[in-house]
Design a protein around this ligand. Structure first.
Ligand code: IPE
Ligand code: IPE
Ligand code: MG
Length: 264
């Protein structure tokens, strides 16, 4: 049997959310963001793509802070895909350096804000020094409950599903699971997001209308919002606007009325 955690408490008072025009009862529990457009941001300014990534990492800070302030329980940021390893070596190296810097520089802030860091993806593929900093931050923040920040690093949804199939097959071979036992909840529990609710809202910046191998299983009923804003230009105000727009969507989950699926 799989036990899903209870929904986390909102950390911002209802009246404060109302000042942003947000309904505290209709906030997404889990927001996932495909942070795209760093390269184009730099190109527009005749700068190196790496300058775009540097500026983009500042936006990460802003959005993490805003999500925490608004009481979003889970924030997942797509920072590096399995396919991104095929980029030029210098760009991959710069991204890894930025990542390491972020993991060190934000550790204390995450602690102070009560944010728990988790990594979704192939941690073993990350350079050792990045992996060690990630493990240290994960360890340091493991008891924080105000918000969970998932960094999707060396993440690919197809790889994640393949890993889940392999793990379930091993359990069947070991006699710990039978084929008949496998249901949707079993599959979901073997994904990197095993103990988390599915994203309610997926935001993609830079105007691309695709998922690029991101949370394919988990996004089954996510609301998708694409903005043309390039990630380095994305702001807290736009984040709030998107949340406002999310609250106006009619989530039917295949039914005929506006209703939420029951837990059963
Ligand atoms: C997103 O920005 C960052 C990563 C994928 C690591 P891009 O680097 O993809 O920027 P564009 O799409 O080239 O503008
Ligand atoms: C998706 O962006 C991956 C991340 C944001 C980390 P990409 O820029 O890699 O995606 P494509 O190549 O445009 O699909
Ligand atoms: Mg891109």
């Amino acid at each position: 049997m799989i036990f899903l955690p209870k929904k986390k408490k909102r950390s911002l008072k209802s009246d404060a959310l109302t000042t942003f025009g947000l309904d505290p009862d209709r906030l997404p529990v889990h927001v996932a963001i495909i942070m795209d457009g760093n390269g184009r941001w730099a190109k527009k300014r005749f700068m190196n793509r790496i300058n775009g990534h540097e500026k983009g990492s500042k936006t990460v800070r802003t959005v993490v802070s805003a999500a925490r302030e608004l009481g979003i329980a889970y924030l997942t940021l797509y920072a590096f895909s399995t396919e991104n390893w095929a980029r030029p070596k210098a760009e991959v190296l710069a991204l890894m350096q930025l990542l390491k810097k972020f993991l060190v520089s934000e550790r204390q802030d995450l602690q102070e804000k009560g944010i728990c860091l988790q990594v979704l993806g192939q941690m073993e593929k990350l350079p050792e020094e990045v992996r060690n900093q990630a493990l240290e931050t994960i360890h340091a923040t493991r008891n924080n409950h105000e918000m969970t920040l998932n960094l999707a690093l060396s993440y690919g949804s197809r790889q994640e599903i393949t890993d889940a199939v392999r793990a379930m097959t091993k359990k069947i071979t070991a006699g710990e699971l039978t084929a008949e036992d496998i249901c949707e909840k079993t599959v979901a529990a073997h994904l990197y997001t095993g103990n988390m609710p599915d994203p309610d809202l997926i935001i993609r910046t830079s105007g691309e209308f695709r998922l690029s191998n991101f949370l394919l299983w988990q996004s089954a009923y996510a609301e998708i919002f694409v903005t043309h804003t390039l990630w380095p230009d994305f702001t807290r105000d736009e984040f709030i606007e998107i949340l406002t727009s999310f609250q106006k969507r009619d989530r039917r989950f295949g039914r005929v009325e506006c209703s939420m699926p029951s837990d059963g």
